[in-house]
Design a protein around this ligand. Structure first.
Ligand code: FEO
Length: 384
């Protein structure tokens, strides 16, 4: 598949995977993208996951049609993109690796050698001529590991963007880009908003017509414009949409009752609500929507004088991704000593620019007239 003059897709789709990065559900699989740039010299961009190295090597042979690769550009060392390095270097003994200085120690850690006599170090602005085009390397530390580089091809105005602009899902699955790109971004890159902003600033100085990420579809035209706009919103921690995310951690179902009652009241007021059972739903979806919408309600049972563990884990997932700039409200439950609201707020004390709702709903076991009135007051406060 030719993407632009001299650029061919040589990646693979993975429908065998259970959890991406050992934690994320990927119901539509995953794509490990790789690209061949064929000019007077030939460069391969990144390898693939270990289960697909043979297939990828076949893709290279077909794409190159008898040519031999001159360079393996290693933009990112996470194993979903780097597992094939040693096999590739053995198969093509005249090839050189191009990567950042920070990548080579990691190459040695994974593959036992850093290919000291076969390497080119790509620093900020380093260029590499392939004959009819020049590649320029741009550092993108922490998007999403420290060694990451992205690469600009001046002939086709293509940016090879490493993990940036990636998404969950194999390329042969038909699904909305933003939904799975947002869940991917919030889960995997969400902590590094400042670094993504720095990369966007560097990218804005380039004339880019096509983006080739390491996951998800190649982006151009309107799709690329939308992706750039979303990345700016996500990486600056601005809410993307108006709406309320309700995340609950309920032991016997009474805290859940309160959460669903609040959801019903908000929906009756015309508010978009996204509701999650933190013990049963995909927590990555709950994280995604907590960043997507401008208001968040956390509902938890008190447990061992603290929080029901799923809520503890969830709030940690938010704060480690720099959750900020939102309104947050609490619903707590406790049969003899409710302490969940105090504990939830304490976990958010270092988060920037949060507005806490005045109304804190307290249940003492099950919903009562008093707690129903409190929920109504909270619903009113969240929409006013
Ligand atoms: Fe797709 Fe950070 O690896």
């Amino acid at each position: 598949m030719e993407i632009a003059p001299g650029i061919k897709y040589i990646g693979v789709n993975d429908h065998q995977i259970d959890l991406f990065e050992g934690q994320y559900e990927v119901p539509n699989g995953m794509a490990y993208n790789s690209y061949a740039v064929i000019d007077e010299k030939t460069a391969i961009f990144d390898t693939v996951d270990e289960n697909f190295v043979s297939q990828w090597l076949e893709n290279i042979e077909k794409a190159l049609a008898g040519k031999t690769p001159d360079y393996l550009i290693v933009q990112h060392m996470e194993p979903d993109h780097s597992a094939g390095i040693a096999v590739f270097m053995e198969k093509y003994p005249s090839a050189q690796i191009v990567a950042s200085a920070k990548a080579f120690p990691i190459i040695k850690n994974f593959h036992g050698t850093d290919f000291a006599d076969r390497r080119i170090i790509a620093a900020e602005g380093t260029t590499l001529s392939l004959g009819g085009r020049t590649l320029t390397f741009i550092t993108a530390p922490m998007v999403h590991w420290p060694e990451v580089i992205v690469t600009y091809d001046d002939r086709t105005k293509t940016l090879f963007s490493a993990d940036a602009f990636g998404k969950f899902g194999a390329l042969d699955s038909d699904e909305d880009w933003a939904c799975e790109a947002r869940r991917y971004y919030m889960g995997i890159v969400g902590k590094y908003g400042a670094q993504v902003q720095a990369l966007l600033k560097k990218a804005s100085a380039l004339q880019i017509e096509t983006v080739c990420p390491l996951h998800g579809p190649v982006l151009s035209g309107d799709d690329l414009a939308i992706a750039l706009e979303k990345y700016d919103i996500w990486s600056s921690y601005r809410p993307e949409n108006e709406g309320v995310t309700i995340a609950y951690a309920s032991i016997y179902g009474h805290t859940k009752d309160a959460a669903l009652e609040l959801a019903k009241q908000l929906e009756e007021k015309g508010v978009k609500v996204s509701c999650f059972d933190l013990a049963r739903d995909d927590m990555a979806e709950a994280v995604e929507d907590s960043f997507r919408y401008d208001r968040l309600v956390l509902a938890s049972s008190t447990y061992n004088n603290g929080l029901f563990p799923f809520m503890q884990t969830f709030i940690h997932a938010l704060t480690e991704r720099n959750f900020q700039n939102r309104t947050v409200a609490f619903i707590e439950n406790g049969s003899w000593a409710p302490a969940a609201a105090k504990n939830m707020k304490a976990l958010l004390e270092n988060s920037k620019n949060l507005t806490f709702a005045e109304t804190v709903v307290t249940l003492r076991s099950a919903l009562s007239d008093e707690s129903r009135a409190s929920l109504a007051a909270l619903a009113y406060e969240l929409v006013k």
